[in-house]
Every structure is written in C-alpha cells, then in structure tokens.
Design a protein around this ligand. Structure first.
Ligand SMILES: [Zn+2]
Length: 384
C-alpha cells in the first residue's frame, strides 16, 4: 500500500463549480494512505464510467511530505495544529520560517479550502485510519446538519470525540459553516480500510448532493452494503465519555489484542504506564487503543446513546430550546463571547454536561466548579 508515485496536493476535481461541493481530505496523517488510495479509485471510476455530477468533488491530499515518507507527520501533527493563533498566522501569510515544516502543508490546504465559493452547500469528509483494529466509524460534532451526513454513511457515529481533541482541521471548517465528518476506515495496513473509505466517499457524495439522481452507474448500493456489513450489528450512535491522555513521560503501553468497540468492564486492566497497570475508570466500549509510537491519546471509552435521547435532542433544538439555557440557575453568558456559556456546577445541580450536549453545546473546558461550553456554529446559524 505504500505510495511511490509523486503526490499532488489536488488529487482530482470533477463536476460543475456551481452547485454543492464535497471536499475529500485524504491522508492528513501521512501513515494513513487508505484515504489516498480510496480517493484515487473513486476519481478513476467517475472518469471511466463517465458518471455525471450535479455538484463538485474535490479530493485533496493532507500531508503530502509525510505521506511520501510513510510517517504520521514530520514535526507537528497536521490534525492538531489548527489553533486560533496558527490559523490566524496561516491566513495572514506571515513567515513560517521558524514554524514546523507541516505548517506549510497546512497553509496550502487552508488556501485551497478558503478559496472555495461560499454560496453553495459545502461538505468535507476527512478520511483517516487507526493503529489498532477497528470497524469503520464516523466522528462528528453533534450539529443537526452533520448528523444528516453521518446517518448516510451507514457506520457507527461517535459524538463527543472532537470535543476531546483541540486544533483539528474540521473544527476550523465547522466554524466557517462547512458540514463536516471524519471517517475512520479501519486499521492503517488493512486493505479493507481502503474499501471502507471508498464506500464512505460514494455515500458522502450522495449526502452532499454532488451525485445526479438516478444514475445507475453509481455504486451506492454496494457502498451501503459494504459499510453495513462492516458494522456487524453494533449500535449506530456512541458518545465518548473518557479520554486517557498520555505524554511520552508516562511510558504508556496498551495491552496487546484490544480493538475499537470491544466491551470493557470497570477497573479492567487496559495497559501499563510508569505507575503500573492502567485500569478502565468505567464500563463502556473501547475506542482507538494506541498501537503506534506517536500520539497523545492512549485510548477512549464510550457508550451507546439511546435512540430516544437522540430524538429528544432533535426535537428540543428544532424548538429553539437551547436559546433558553441562559435562564437556568447557575448559567450565564460569557460577557466576552456571545456563543459561550459559563456554568457554575455548584448551582446548576442538574446533569449539566449531559443536558447541554443534548441541546447541541460543546464542552470547551472546566475550571474548578466552572464549566465553559459553547454553541456549535452550525446550531447557532440555525436557531439564532
Ligand atoms: Zn488520522
């Protein structure tokens, strides 16, 4: 699966520039070539079968230099460096002389993404793979437009993961009004991961409105069947509840043999670090156990979200209930930022974060008894 040919930034571009746009991001991590191969397959099939498009498909390579070298990144993780300060620097065109080499990749990517017309519906699918074995799954911020995209993908959807990760490219795009989803195709080296990523691209094209209706040559049914089979009956929606953050000094090692979606009991030993065994703090299902030398996430734990809870969330947001949250005891607006709420957990004695998630808020951080949450941009534009 290594990539030997020269790697362009723009892998391919097809369809009219008027109408909706789907951007496929492949190999933002250079040790994840599956997305690159999948995008090339889709582009080749579109050309070979002369499939007409009603919108535009634009396939971009994330980290070209790292993909060519077969490494995750050179000196900065291209999916963690998008902090507000760095994004401002990239957009201002300032010098990157002292910046990590990967920021040059970031600048090129952002210039292309920023140049896309703002009028039409813009969707982005960010393709990744994992170091441990896994079913394919989608990762998204819990806004209603994102949910529609994720539902089309036929894979389990993980909510709340993006909230645990700072500086992702999708968080920047979401703030700019893009409909966003990440898709993890499976284990890095597994050839099936390419098939899963390819299926996800076809289905995302459908969800983004890029495919013309009733074109029999589009392999949509095969893509749906492929991802449905891969799901093997696991629930459709999960919420991340715990992240095991690590630093090199922890010398964390995951115990061998774990895979994403495996059931974990509370206090079960999952790995070891310099202090001894690392135990699961609660019962749940495992997500993304770390089996590669670089990374700051040892593993995540998640639980299925009941369907009734999802329906309730949809209904409350449709009704505009999130606008009433500042009226709750212990909740006030941040005087500096309109979209941010400050929640005093001593006063707000309801299950504050669960309820706020339900209403489409994102946890930003906790400071002692103070919980800081923000409205997701897509939710803000929907309900004011
Ligand atoms: Zn990745």
């Amino acid at each position: 699966m290594p990539v030997l040919e020269p790697i362009p930034r723009i892998l391919g571009e097809q369809g009219p520039t008027s109408g909706p746009l789907l951007v496929v991001l492949a190999s933002v991590h250079g040790n994840e070539p599956a997305g690159y191969h999948a995008a090339r397959r889709v582009l080749a099939r579109l050309a070979q079968d002369e499939i007409p498009l009603s919108g535009r498909l634009l396939c971009l390579v994330g980290n070209r230099a790292a993909l060519a070298a077969g490494v995750r990144y050179r000196d900065a993780d291209l999916n963690r460096l998008w902090t507000p300060a760095v994004v401002a620097r990239l957009r201002s065109g300032g010098s990157l002389a002292a910046a990590p080499a990967d920021e040059e990749e970031a600048r090129e990517l952002l210039a292309i993404l920023d140049a896309q017309p703002r009028t039409a519906r813009r969707t982005v699918l960010d393709l990744h793979t994992t170091s441990g074995a896994s079913l394919p799954f989608a990762v998204l911020a819990d806004s209603l437009p994102n949910r529609r995209l994720a539902r089309t993908l036929e894979v389990p959807v993980i909510l709340g993961l993006e909230e645990q990760l700072d500086g992702t490219l999708l968080s920047v795009l979401e703030a700019d009004g893009w409909i966003t989803s990440g898709c993890e195709g499976g284990r890095h080296e597994d050839p099936a991961s390419i098939d899963h990523c390819e299926a996800a691209i076809w289905l995302a094209m459908e969800a983004a409105g890029v495919l013309e209706a009733d074109v029999g040559r589009v392999p949509l049914e095969a893509a749906r069947a492929r991802l449905r089979a891969a799901r093997r009956g696991v629930p459709r929606v999960f919420e991340v509840r715990y992240r095991h953050a690590i630093s090199p000094a922890d010398r964390f090692l995951m115990n061998p043999g774990w895979a994403s979606f495996r059931t974990v009991a509370a206090n079960q030993a999952l790995g070891v670090d310099r202090d001894g065994p690392v135990l699961a703090p609660e019962q749940g299902r495992l997500l993304m156990p770390l089996y590669q030398p670089t990374g700051s996430d040892g593993f995540f734990l998640m639980r299925p979200v009941p369907r009734a809870w999802l329906v309730l969330a949809w209904a409350l947001r449709r009704l505009g209930v999130p606008r009433l949250v500042p009226l709750l005891p212990g909740v006030r607006r941040d005087p500096a930022r309109d979209d941010v709420l400050l929640v005093d957990r001593r006063t707000a004695r309801f299950r504050a974060l669960d309820i706020l998630h339900l209403l489409g808020f994102r946890r930003e951080r906790a400071e002692g008894d103070l919980l800081v949450v923000s409205r997701r941009p897509a939710e803000l534009s929907r309900t004011g």
